[in-house]
Design a binder for this molecule. Structure first.
Ligand code: FAD
Length: 280
């Protein structure tokens, strides 16, 4: 079967999708699309392409039944510019191939992430890994943003002077902060990309990596729209219930008193899942 050409993907090749204040994601290349998933799934039966509806139905069937290998036949390569603190979270996903700019070889650019005023928040009291919804007054926010910038300028000035003095670049860089931007090429197949997106588009993921995941998803929709739609329906928009939660649902459907079932944190987690369903 010939190379799959997807016109919508061709149209965005090399186009930068901006993320945060100075970052971006762009699609460098892709192999396959919806059509490749369908072809590879049908190879077992020796069947050819069918109608649009049948193909979409097959993709949906594969995705909801975790028949994942046909999705591995689609591969995407992205160029990403991102702050180092996000890169550290990103590299935990081991099922991709990446090549990053070398701070040993190149002089790092004077590019640092400064959170927008609306993103400067207090520590959440109920979520140890999150931010509070409480708003800070404008003066405090500005003071913090100025302090971020001053720290970044001081660190970059020291770095530049070390480089100018001929200190090895691999050492000159070691005091640069996590807010410094780095760049890499990142290649991943669609099955593993969906796993990444499920974890990193989730409300529990840090906002900054969530924005990157959303940009990746927008781009991926151009390459494999039907796969993305099934992923949105079954994975992103779905939830997994525990057996106790299923009992709770049955109790409620039977019209039993809510107070007889889940309580405390377990009830909160259950209600959160129900809310997710309502939001989508
Ligand atoms: C909201 C959130 C908070 C987090 N907080 C922390 C934290 O505080 N500290 C921290 O260290 N990490 C944290 N992580 C990272 C997290 O623990 C995972 O390392 C990360 O999400 C990658 O997941 P993964 O291993 O499933 O992905 P991948 O590495 O992409 O792997 C995909 C799948 O492949 C399989 N796989 C890959 N490699 C192996 C292997 N070597 N052996 C067996 N199976 C393998 C597994 O089935 C895995 O699920 C957090 C992640 C999220 C989303």
């Amino acid at each position: 079967m010939a190379h799959c050409l997807v016109p919508e993907a061709e149209a965005i090749l090399d186009k930068e999708f901006p993320v945060l204040d100075k970052g971006f994601v762009r699609l460098v290349d892709y192999m396959g699309g919806d059509e490749r998933v369908v072809q590879s799934a049908r190879v077992s039966y020796g069947e050819g392409t069918k109608s649009y509806r049948e193909d979409a139905g097959l993709i949906d069937y594969l995705l909801r039944n975790s028949h994942t290998s046909p999705f591995e036949q689609v591969v995407l390569t992205f160029h990403v510019k991102l702050p180092i603190f996000i890169a550290r979270q990103w590299v935990r996903h081991r099922t991709a191939r990446l090549n990053e700019i070398s701070g040993r070889y190149s002089v790092m650019k004077d590019d640092f992430y400064v959170p927008a005023p609306g993103d400067v928040s207090l520590q959440s009291t109920d979520n140890k890994q999150g931010r509070s919804d409480e708003t800070l007054d404008a003066d405090t926010v500005e003071k913090i943003r100025v302090a971020f910038v001053e720290g970044q300028k001081a660190a970059y000035a020291a770095y530049s002077s070390f480089v100018d003095e001929g200190i090895a670049r691999e050492l000159a860089r070691i005091n640069l902060p996590l807010s410094l931007y780095t760049e890499w090429y990142w290649q991943i197949d669609l099955h593993n990309l969906f796993h990444f997106l499920r974890l990193r588009m989730d409300a529990h993921a840090q906002k900054e990596i969530r924005l990157y995941a959303e940009a990746l998803f927008e781009i991926t929709k151009k390459v494999a729209p039907r796969c993305c739609e099934s992923f949105r329906r079954h994975i992103l928009g779905g939830v997994r219930f525990t057996s106790e939660e299923l009992d709770e649902i049955k109790r409620r459907l039977d019209g039993e008193d809510k107070t007889d079932g889940l309580s405390g944190k377990a009830l909160e987690r259950f209600e959160e899942k129900l809310m997710k369903g309502r939001q989508l």
